[in-house]
Design a binder for this molecule. Structure first.
Ligand code: APR
Ligand code: PHB
Length: 393
């Protein structure tokens, strides 16, 4: 079995793992990124698409924001639609001119892979971490199953950027980390369609039949979502039914029909909130979805992943270079403060926009919250600040 040594082993080539690898490389820290899926799979996996103001700036400072700035869509507002009426939340007017950038997560991943290839740092696809040992020793090791065979890597630190249900959390002794979880009684059916977006801004819709979201990826690609029952399967949703339901839920008295076109990607994602704490065990650190999941209604998943590694990279550098462990010691608490704020905002957005099938008291409260957002400037301002820049405060 081949045996390799590096300073930091990073499990997972999503936004968290790839960006961490890049930030460490820039500081001269050797690292290896391991990804169980193939390069092609990771590049075409359609995920989130909203980048916060401070996170976009950070990606640019990190030297990976060039294409995002050129091709990303800058949005200065979003629409909240309910009772058949649209209300614009003027994000930039409410928040010092700041805006969000709509740019697909797989584009961020592509940019990060390209930059890593440009300096030829180790990035292994089709390479699954199957075991992690010695997290309380000076040199933990991971076991990797790769096409060339099995390999062990010994490092100073292991970082679990392996998404939800990853191997890293599983390798921590039971009972050490606490898992907080909430499951919602619905899922999102998401599609990517070759249709020019009919509107310029995202539309979050609450309709008595359920939630709908209008988003986009480019001037020719629309990204749309429907709230569906958690037990729904794609078989029950032929194209016509998807478009019909979107049309009904998003209808107003005076808006254009939503643009339709060939559906090139579709999937159903369950909605849940998870927080794992603390985000460290000995020489293992967690970042991104490995430590926390948010329901997508607040558009925070990718932003939180970037915010984690923005804190973690300098903490690892200080520890590895100078032996100063103070930043590493506070990493979990510092990250979790932000994570819980994002959980709160994501829960608020989720609950406000997904009608309850039977509980009409809950539905009354949801409508009151929506009216507050569109009628009270302080409420709109709070939403704007959280939507545009929560992960950088
Ligand atoms: N060995 C190697 N790789 C693994 C292993 C393993 N044992 N287990 C999981 N992985 C890989 C997955 O295949 C995946 O590519 O880890 C990667 C985790 O990446 P992401 O799921 O993209 O997670 P993260 O980088 O934290 O980014 C969070 O992703 O799900 C969205 O909404 C979420 O936008 C957020 C973002
Ligand atoms: C997306 O464009 O995929 C998207 C936008 C906003 C969300 C979630 C997803 O809240």
């Amino acid at each position: 079995m081949e045996s390799v040594r590096t300073q930091v082993v990073i499990i997972g080539a999503g936004p968290a793992g790839l960006l961490l690898g890049h930030l460490l490389h820039r500081e001269g820290i050797d690292n290896i990124v391991l990804e169980r899926r193939s390069n092609e799979y990771v590049l075409q996996r359609v995920r989130a698409g909203v980048i916060e103001w401070g996170i976009a700036n950070f990606l640019e400072e990190a030297g990976v924001g060039q294409r995002m700035r050129a091709e990303g869509l800058v949005h200065h507002g979003i629409e909240m639609r309910f009772d058949g009426v649209s209300h614009r939340i003027a994000l930039s007017d409410l928040y010092d001119g700041r805006a969000i950038t709509v740019y697909g997560q797989q584009e961020v991943v592509k940019d990060l892979i390209n930059v890593r290839r440009s300096y030829d740092a180790p990035l292994h696809f089709d390479s699954e971490v199957t075991g992690i040992e010695g997290l309380n020793s000076a040199h933990p090791t991971v076991t990797v199953t790769a096409p060339e065979g099995e390999m062990t890597i010994s490092a100073d630190f292991v970082v679990g950027c392996d998404g939800s249900h990853g191997v890293s959390v599983e390798s921590v002794p039971r009972g050490y980390m606490r898992r907080f979880e909430r499951v919602y009684p619905f899922s999102w059916l998401g599609i990517l369609a070759e249709a020019p977006p009919a509107t310029e801004e995202l539309i979050y819709t609450r309709h008595s039949r359920g939630f709908a979201l209008y988003s986009m990826r480019s001037p020719t690609l629309s990204r749309l979502y429907l709230g569906v029952r958690p037990d729904e399967t794609l078989d029950a949703w032929p194209d016509e039914r998807i478009w019909e339901e979107l049309t009904v839920r998003m209808a107003t008295d005076h808006t254009a029909e939503i643009g339709q076109g060939p559906i090139i990607e579709r999937g159903i994602t369950p909605m849940r909130s998870i927080v794992v704490a603390p985000m460290r065990y000995g020489r293992l650190l967690l970042a991104g979805d490995a430590a926390h999941i948010v329901p997508p209604t607040g558009a925070k998943g990718m932003n939180l992943a970037v915010a984690d590694v923005r804190l973690l990279a300098p903490a690892l550098v200080a520890r590895i270079r100078g032996g100063d462990e103070s930043l590493l010691n506070s990493y979990s608490d510092d990250s979790l403060r932000r994570v819980w704020r994002a959980e709160e905002f994501s829960t608020y957005m989720t609950q406000m926009l997904h009608p309850h099938p039977t509980d009409d008291f809950e539905n009354g409260v949801q409508m009151a919250r929506l009216r507050q957002v569109v009628e009270s400037e302080p409420a709109a301002r709070a939403l704007a600040r959280n939507y545009v820049n929560l992960s950088s405060v």
